[in-house]
Write a protein that binds this ligand. Structure first.
Ligand code: C2O
Ligand code: CU
Ligand code: CU
Length: 478
């Protein structure tokens, strides 16, 4: 064997090790990897969203489909995902809700260099938690997510859960023009300072939903994920009693939601268990009535005619095994407060952001319409995002989020899951851990988490227009 060659190989191996997981594939043959490997290509594509016979819509897609492929991975099993950028603009992939090393978090300028057109980036992590997560770009996310870049990331429990079927509804909201193409006008001042870019077509797994075929007596785990830019949803399952078993991927104490409504803001996930107790041949609507006066039937459960699979619902418990989340120590916790400010009030005036840093014309061409603690960080991930607060590694943080605006905000934390303690002073039950916490207008929510993961982490509203227009901040764990 040629010594120069073997030197080259070992030198490459050395470089790969030195560069850690983020080694570029162009460095040469991949080193042996004991784990799952996946490939994702980001590129323009086409999708038929309204029906199989509707005109094709130009989209941006992961591996050619919207949503992208569902990545099913295993808890505590390392994974290496090579992302190749076939767009003609920078991108990254953010693994929403996964507690992973900071360098794998996919925020351009903050945790990695953006993936340039034609380039690759290798993400490597070991998911500690089982549950329902998702992935999306964190570069120009208003446009990239709005053009279809999103996919589900399911981390399977080490032990299978007793159920008949495991279903996923990845919900996306599209603003289509009359020619079935994605409407332009991303980031308009009105969207930015009001409810965000709410669309006019909701899809389930990439298609305007037809009926969902179900069988009487079966027990279904339904994973709901809202990958919309801005549309909030509140789902009611007529004739059924969904039991919530996980929120944002994290198992909670199984419970029926208040008023039977599942409120699902952008980026949130809810796993429910449904015992299909309808009569064979019957039909039951699933209704989204989040917006007053705008209720619509999302889809319909259509029971087949076969006799029930079983006479009584399964009596296996519906709870899921807990994930290894560290318990915050409230007595010693460091207190931090996030005050959400801005947005349109009545009369077209912006509230509370006047004179703040970064203010241009409200919401126009990258101007700020929102602020956190008086400061507007606009756009998407970029260099020079200074942390708003610091936490010592291992310390507990008691975080209060106060919404001073007239709008709803799903506030999302990267790298951690937070135990939701109270909403407007009332304790929150069912042990709810969330990475995306929905604040209604004027809500005050208290949460806590252990800052066990070092790095600079984002905290932002997941209504993409709001994030771009200033509702974003960064904190540092050292
Ligand atoms: Cu789902 Cu900062 O993102
Ligand atoms: Cu995230
Ligand atoms: Cu918001």
């Amino acid at each position: 064997m040629n010594t120069d060659f073997s030197f080259a190989v070992s030198r490459r191996g050395f470089l790969a090790a030195a560069a850690g997981a983020a080694v570029s594939a162009s460095l040469g043959p991949a080193r042996a990897f004991a784990g799952d490997e996946r490939q994702i290509k980001v590129a323009p594509g086409q999708a038929r969203l309204a029906s199989a016979s509707s005109p094709a819509t130009a989209v941006w897609a992961y591996n050619g489909t919207v949503p992208g492929p569902t990545l099913r991975l295993r808890q505590r099993q390392p994974v290496r995902i090579t992302v190749e950028n076939g767009l003609d603009e920078d991108t990254t992939v953010h693994w929403h809700g996964i507690r992973l090393p900071n360098a794998m978090d996919g925020v351009p300028g903050l945790t990695q260099k953006p993936i340039k057109p034609g380039a690759r980036f290798v993400y490597e992590f070991t998911p500690p938690d089982a549950g329902t997560f998702w992935f999306h770009p964190h570069a120009n996310s208003l446009v990239q997510l709005g053009r279809g870049l999103a996919g589900a990331l399911i981390i399977e429990e080490a032990e299978p859960v007793a159920l008949d079927r495991d279903l996923l509804w990845l919900l996306q909201d599209w603003r289509l023009s009359s020619d079935d193409q994605i409407a332009g006008g991303f980031g308009s001042a009105m969207d930015a300072s009001m409810s965000g870019r709410v669309g006019n077509l909701v899809t389930i797994n990439g298609m305007a939903p037809g009926d969902q075929n179900v069988s009487a007596g079966e027990r279904v785990r339904l994973r709901l994920a809202n990958a919309s830019l801005a549309r909030m949803m509140a789902l009611r399952f007529e004739g059924h009693r969904p039991v919530v078993v996980a929120i944002d991927g994290q198992p909670c104490e199984p419970h029926e939601p208040e008023d039977g409504r599942l409120v699902l803001a952008p980026a949130m996930r809810i796993d429910i268990v449904l015992d299909m107790q309808g009569d064979p041949g019957s039909r039951h609507a699933v209704i989204d009535d989040f917006y007053d006066g705008l209720a619509y039937t999302l889809t319909t459960f259509a029971y087949d005619k076969a006799p029930p699979l079983r006479a009584h619902p399964l009596d296996a418990p519906v709870g899921l095994p807990r994930n290894p989340l560290p318990t915050p120590d409230l007595a010693s916790a460091m207190r931090q407060e996030i005050v959400v400010q801005g947005g349109m009030m009545g009369g077209g005036k912006l509230a509370g952001v006047g004179g703040m840093m970064g203010m241009g014309m409200p919401g126009m061409s990258g101007g700020a319409a929102w602020a956190i603690n008086g400061m507007s960080m606009t756009g998407d991930g970029h260099v020079g995002m200074a942390p708003q607060f610091m936490l010592k590694r291992g310390a507990s943080c008691h975080l209060t989020m106060r919404n001073e605006t007239a709008w709803w905000h799903p506030m999302h934390i990267h790298g951690f899951s937070m135990l939701v303690l109270s909403r407007n002073g009332a304790p929150v039950s069912h042990r709810q851990w969330q990475d995306t916490v929905l604040l209604a207008p004027k809500d005050v929510i208290e949460c806590a988490f252990v800052a066990d993961n070092p790095g600079d982490w984002m905290l932002h509203c997941h209504v993409a227009d709001h994030q771009m227009a200033g509702l974003m901040t960064v904190f540092r764990v050292t």
